[in-house]
Design a protein around this ligand. Sequence first.
Ligand SMILES: [Zn+2]
Length: 165
Amino acid sequence: MKTEPCPNCGNSARVARGNYRFEEFGLPVELMRIEMIKCSHCGSVDPIIPNMDGLMTAVALEVICSTSLLHGEEIRFLRKCIGKSAQEFSRLLHVDHTHLSKVENNRREVGPRLDKLVRFVVINLSPDLKDVIDRLLEQLPNIEDSCYTRPEIQIDPSTLQREYA
Ligand SMILES: [Zn+2]
């Protein structure tokens, strides 16, 4: 049986593989078949993420090429991926920063045009995403014009491949 020290209490804990609901990006992300440190002493469960930067890029790619209108949490996540403050990002998008804040908090819908602008600005400011511009252009006519569903992103952190239920 594989064990690792628990990051929370330091006791020796079991390493098990399973699916993990990952909350750190503020989006519904499910990590598939990932190794986790499961501590029987304090009850903490910690995923072992092999490539955090790669995971962030893979999730950003899924969000950018999604056919649902962007939700507030997704816009905030994309903004953080390119390391922009709310002020800087609102200046790039030519929107008032209080408007951007309402959109990020789901108090105002993003609207179809700002949605596209967010995607293109983010994709062009991120060196790891630039090569997917063709995929975004292909998806462009399919993006919904208002918010309906927010699909959960299921991703295998070792292959960084999206899984479809
Ligand atoms: Zn523990």
